[in-house]
Ligand binder design. Structure first.
Ligand SMILES: Cc1cc2nc3c(=O)[nH]c(=O)nc-3n(C[C@H](O)[C@H](O)[C@H](O)COP(=O)(O)OP(=O)(O)OC[C@H]3O[C@@H](n4cnc5c(N)ncnc54)[C@H](O)[C@@H]3O)c2cc1C
Ligand SMILES: *[C@@H]1O[C@H](CO)[C@@H](O)[C@H](O)[C@H]1NC(C)=O
Ligand SMILES: *[C@@H]1O[C@H](CO)[C@@H](O)[C@H](O)[C@H]1NC(C)=O
Ligand SMILES: *[C@@H]1O[C@H](CO)[C@@H](O)[C@H](O)[C@H]1NC(C)=O
Ligand SMILES: *[C@@H]1O[C@H](CO)[C@@H](O)[C@H](O)[C@H]1NC(C)=O
Ligand SMILES: *[C@@H]1O[C@H](CO)[C@@H](O)[C@H](O)[C@H]1NC(C)=O
Ligand SMILES: *[C@@H]1O[C@H](CO)[C@@H](O)[C@H](O)[C@H]1NC(C)=O
Ligand SMILES: *[C@@H]1O[C@H](CO)[C@@H](O)[C@H](O)[C@H]1NC(C)=O
Ligand SMILES: *[C@@H]1O[C@H](CO)[C@@H](O)[C@H](O)[C@H]1NC(C)=O
Length: 623
């Protein structure tokens, strides 16, 4: 999400202040009613290790067993929290939203806390859109819709600041033992557990109402080797990263080598490389060459749901290894360390261009025709190894920045693009383009991929088109793009094919949906909406996104797939859309490694019965 889009979003949303007064009753204290429908809460032993209890609820005519939340009888008592805090070296803290310092009182689930601090508020005001500022806050969510947009920066300290969907407490883990203690505490006390690395998540998976968070962002170790020796035949260069390492840190270190090395990361330099990215797959500008980040993984160290630290590689726990490679974030364990293949870096060229009203004489029909022509080349672009990042949003704004040609001179790259440019010229379109060659891909990455912004609120979804879809139905795809814009959303496109460079013999080594091996365009749809909009408005917008906006893309691309990390949390037929024929095996692996559901993130294997009832708050299992 670029600064350009961020400004579009903020003008669309007027998100500078808390708009609706938060209902006071969201701050649950001792009055919480625990509706006992049988089973009930049993006697507790003070400070005892393992008491597995549920809070039973009825919601929309169904019965649920819910994880323990503040105010419930089964929520741990003071002594139990004290013991946990001692076990994690005093690193247990109450979660406070990023801009709570602008409010007199933070009314969280654990009670009121005085929070006003003029200096900290000024810092929050100035830095709210900064990704890295939000990343360093232990429980912030960069996309705020799923925090319920509570406690945004305000100039009125008497405004109401409630907990929204922010978690309740967090462990700022400094050692693996802290992570193990957190997993075991959440398991034994039956608490909702959230793993939080950078907080980039589009689907709300790094926050969660009532949850205990394990923050893994402090694990910043990086080590490099030129001759990996491990459980597989690979003996080339590799990087080992701690759970908190971000792409820009790993890439900088690799670039400092002689000769410089590179690894697969996302296009966004602040996303973590050992957390959600690899567990969702992880596509980026090098995906045409080496597949997904997951395809380059050699080994993980992971804390599983029983609190045990395990190795997962091709020989040891190979089922877990396979599932961690694209099977879904926070579903099989907490990754504490990951090792990936690295590659020689090559000179690379990048081209940028854009089409606005001035390029088409203000003729919107012509503008769409130009986009249709561009899109009809998707298959040729990826067949030539190109990666293309582009945005389409209202006001006839079409930006392509950049087209990436790794190991290509400017002349080679422009030769691949020339047929498109010739077509545009023949259509009467005038345009500027710029192509630059850089000594390495790393230099191109830093120069051409723009800084992205935090603090946006929107629903996201998306779909990926198969090469067959582009070949057979490009006009239908463009109609589905028009439908996206006509319904108030916009598009971010990424052209790549996860099967282009990776040998077919390796495709099944990770849990990535096999369909991603023959695609050419992965779209994100973004529907701006304030997280504090009225509930009815939220429900209506969600239906528009799922059924109309994404529904149109799905209908236009029957050979496509959905990408779990850039998706609609309410994706229909999510099992097939995200994992295709790999789903049954993933489900078995989930049941083996996390039979009781210690981990949760929406629409990941084995979560069929889990729901966030009571308007996106309590995490419960349908009975
Ligand atoms: C601006 C932007 C650009 C993006 N660009 C790309 C892109 O180019 N390619 C791409 O593939 N994706 C991209 N993404 C999506 C990205 O893959 C996801 O947001 C990803 O989940 C982020 O992982 P994280 O660990 O950094 O973030 P977090 O939000 O902290 O975590 C995301 C999920 O992973 C889980 N998780 C985190 N750490 C661990 C761990 N150690 N063990 C177990 N579970 C863990 C969390 O519980 C959560 O479910 C982009 C996202 C944004 C916001
Ligand atoms: C809050 O709860 C009280 C008592 O349960 C109820 O009378 C009141 O209507 C509630 N207020 C809101 C805003 O829901
Ligand atoms: C909540 O319960 C505790 C212990 O049971 C009690 O000390 C406290 O006063 C109660 N708080 C409120 C707001 O009722
Ligand atoms: C945990 O212990 C530290 C250090 O003693 C303390 O500062 C912190 O407030 C404690 N956390 C909680 C939630 O009480
Ligand atoms: C918490 O703070 C709010 C806002 O200041 C106030 O209305 C409410 O009475 C407080 N609740 C308690 C239990 O102190
Ligand atoms: C979340 O926001 C909605 C309005 O969009 C509000 O009705 C609801 O009470 C909020 N819930 C929490 C837990 O903040
Ligand atoms: C706009 O462009 C379309 C497609 O090229 C063309 O058919 C139409 O005549 C143009 N409209 C105007 C007003 O020029
Ligand atoms: C780089 O491109 C040249 C052709 O321009 C090709 O011969 C060579 O194999 C490529 N190198 C890699 C690593 O792809
Ligand atoms: C990939 O899609 C193309 C275009 O439809 C098709 O020709 C080819 O057979 C497909 N390849 C595989 C491996 O499915």
């Amino acid at each position: 999400m670029r600064a350009s889009i961020a400004s579009f979003l903020s003008s669309a949303l007027l998100l500078t202040q808390q708009v609706a007064a938060a209902p006071t009753n969201t701050s649950i204290t001792n009055e919480t009613t625990v509706e006992d429908i049988g089973g009930g809460a049993s006697a507790r032993t003070l400070g005892g290790a393992s008491i597995f209890e549920w809070t039973y609820k009825r919601w929309n005519g169904a019965n649920y067993a819910c994880k323990c939340a503040p105010g419930d009888l089964c929520w741990p008592n003071q002594l139990q929290w004290k013991l946990l805090n001692a076990t994690v070296g005093g690193n247990l803290q109450v979660s406070i939203p990023p801009a709570a310092s602008c409010y007199n009182t933070f009314q969280g689930l654990l009670g009121n806390i005085s929070t006003y601090d003029a200096a900290k508020c000024a810092e929050a005001q100035a830095n709210f859109p900064s990704e890295q500022w939000q990343i360093e806050l232990p429980t912030a969510g960069l996309w705020t819709y799923f925090t319920n947009d509570t406690c945004r920066p305000t100039t009125n300290p008497t405004d109401s600041c409630t907990g929204g969907y922010f978690p309740t407490l967090y462990i700022k883990a400094k050692t693996i033992a802290h992570i193990q203690a957190g997993v075991l505490f959440a398991k034994n006390q039956n608490l909702r557990l959230v793993i939080r690395n950078t907080g980039h998540d589009f689907l709300g998976r790094s926050v969660g109402w009532g949850a205990l968070v394990i923050n893994t962002h402090g694990f910043k170790d990086i080590s490099l080797t030129n001759s990996y020796r491990g459980a597989c035949d690979y003996t080339g260069s590799a990087i080992t990263v701690g759970a908190g390492v971000q792409a820009f840190e790993a890439l900088k270190k690799l670039n400092s080598l002689s000769p410089p090395k590179i690894m697969v990361t996302g296009e966004c330099a602040t996303v973590g490389v050992a957390g959600g990215l690899v567990q969702g797959g992880g596509h980026g500008p090098l995906t045409n060459f080496y597949g997904f980040l997951a395809d380059t993984a050699l080994e993980f160290k992971v804390v599983t749901a029983d609190g045990v630290l395990r190795t997962a590689n091709a020989k040891v726990n190979p089922d877990l290894f396979w599932a961690l490679k694209g099977g879904g974030p926070s579903a099989f364990g907490v990754i504490v360390q990951a090792t990936y293949k690295t590659f020689n870096d090559y000179f690379s060229s990048g081209t940028t261009f854009a089409l606005g009203p001035a390029n088409v004489n203000g003729n919107e029909t012509l503008w769409w025709d130009a986009i249709a022509k561009f899109h009809s080349y998707s298959n040729q672009f990826v067949d030539n190894g190109l990666y293309v990042y582009y945005e389409i949003y209202p006001g006839m704004t079409f930006r392509v920045q950049p087209v990436v040609g790794v190991n290509k001179t400017a002349a080679q790259l422009e030769a691949i693009l020339q047929p498109l440019f010739d077509d545009w010229t023949a259509m009467g379109i005038t345009f500027d383009k710029a192509t630059t060659t850089y000594p390495t891909f790393y230099d191109l990455y830093n120069a051409l991929f723009e800084i992205e912004a935090a603090g946006n609120s929107a629903l996201t979804g998306g779909w990926t088109f198969g090469k067959t879809d582009v070949a057979n139905n490009n006009a239908g795809i463009i109609d589905s793009f028009k439908n996206v814009l006509n319904n108030g959303a916009f598009l971010v496109g990424h052209m790549w094919n996860g099967g282009h460079g990776l040998p077919q013999s390796e495709w099944a080594n990770s849990a990535i949906n096999p369909r991603f091996r023959n695609v050419s365009d992965k779209l994100i749809t973004i529907l701006p909406l304030a997280g504090n909009a009225p509930l009815a408005e939220k429900e209506a917008a969600q239906r528009v996104l799922t059924d109309i906006v994404d529904g149109g893309l799905r209908a236009a691309g029957p050979n496509g797939a959905a990408y779990i990390n850039e998706a609609d949390p309410f994706q229909p037929n999510w099992q097939t859309a995200f994992w295709g024929t790999n789903y049954p095996k993933l489900l078995q692996i989930r049941q083996k490694w996390d039979p009781s559901g210690v981990f949760y993130s929406v629409s990941t294997p084995g979560t069929e019965k889990w729901e966030q009832i009571e308007y996106g708050t309590r995490l419960c299992k349908k009975l």
